[in-house]
Design a protein around this ligand. Structure first.
Ligand code: ADP
Ligand code: MG
Length: 240
């Protein structure tokens, strides 16, 4: 589903990603962790073409992200992305947030988009808030809407970049619960997170990054049981 082949990226002289390789199959739930500044956000932004890379390639469902002729907006519409800061459109109602891309990008009718949007809103437990505006919802609720909005596009995979790290502690679980549900239904997911409870519960693989490199790429049990690298051992001893 997602193939990352020898991806290297520089910001000027600074090499932010070095020879990154991994394969993510359909239904995989891969947690990406590692110290701040290790390149986690950059790597997942490369996957849906939000950041260019200079060497190597990434294929998403057979489409080359690096090829100059690839229709990146089309690719992005098929790979859902949820960021740390819930980026809902502040001037649109929750319903309109859920429908606008379905109508504009996928060409769905207003009614069809609305039906789908409300179904996903219900799924994240927020159907009673359809008429409200983002500012009227809590951070956890906004993040659940952001997930519902991504799901409305029928994504083939979902990318999450620290979706709970900007939330107050009491709101973290309501967002993680939605993600756990998705994982259990078989959604292919790449999740940058420090929530090791989530990793232990639903991940089947863990990628550990340090200084722009994928240092560990192994099963969850191997990662938590016996990480091979000293850097991962140190990271785990601080975080657990
Ligand atoms: P992480 O998500 O693991 O914290 P990032 O992918 O955000 O790490 O960043 C990796 C490195 O790249 C950091 O050293 C960061 O300072 C640097 N970086 C990120 N974005 C830019 C940019 N636009 N220009 C220059 N350096 C950047
Ligand atoms: Mg980051």
């Amino acid at each position: 589903m997602i193939e990352i082949n020898d991806v290297n990226k520089w910001y000027g002289d600074f090499q932010v990603l070095t020879a990154c390789n991994t394969r993510i199959s359909k239904g995989d739930v891969v947690v990406v962790c590692g110290p701040s500044g290790s390149g986690k956000s950059t790597l997942i932004k490369c996957v849906n073409g939000l950041e260019p890379f200079q060497k190597g390639d990434i294929h998403v469902d057979g489409t080359s992200v690096g090829h100059p002729k690839t229709d990146l907006p089309k690719l992005r519409s098929r790979v859902g992305m949820v960021f740390q800061h819930f980026e809902l459109f502040p001037h649109l109602s929750i319903t309109d947030n859920l429908t606008v891309a379905q109508i504009k990008v996928l060409g769905r009718s207003k009614e069809e988009a609305r039906k789908k949007g409300l179904a996903y809103l219900d799924r994240v437990g927020l159907s009673q808030h359809a008429h409200k505006y983002p500012a009227e919802l809590s951070g956890g609720q906004q993040q659940r809407v952001a997930i519902a909005r991504a799901l409305c596009m029928d994504p083939i995979a979902m990318l999450f970049d620290e979706p709970t790290s900007a939330l107050d502690p009491e709101m973290i679980n309501e967002v993680l619960d939605v993600m756990v549900g998705l994982a259990k239904e078989g959604m292919t997911m790449m999740v940058v997170t420090h929530e090791m409870g989530f990793a232990k519960q639903v991940a089947n693989r863990v990628i550990f990054m340090d200084a722009g490199q994928i240092v560990e790429d192994c099963s969850k049990d191997d990662f938590f049981g016996s990480p091979r690298s000293e850097r991962a051992q140190q990271f785990l001893s601080k975080i657990l």
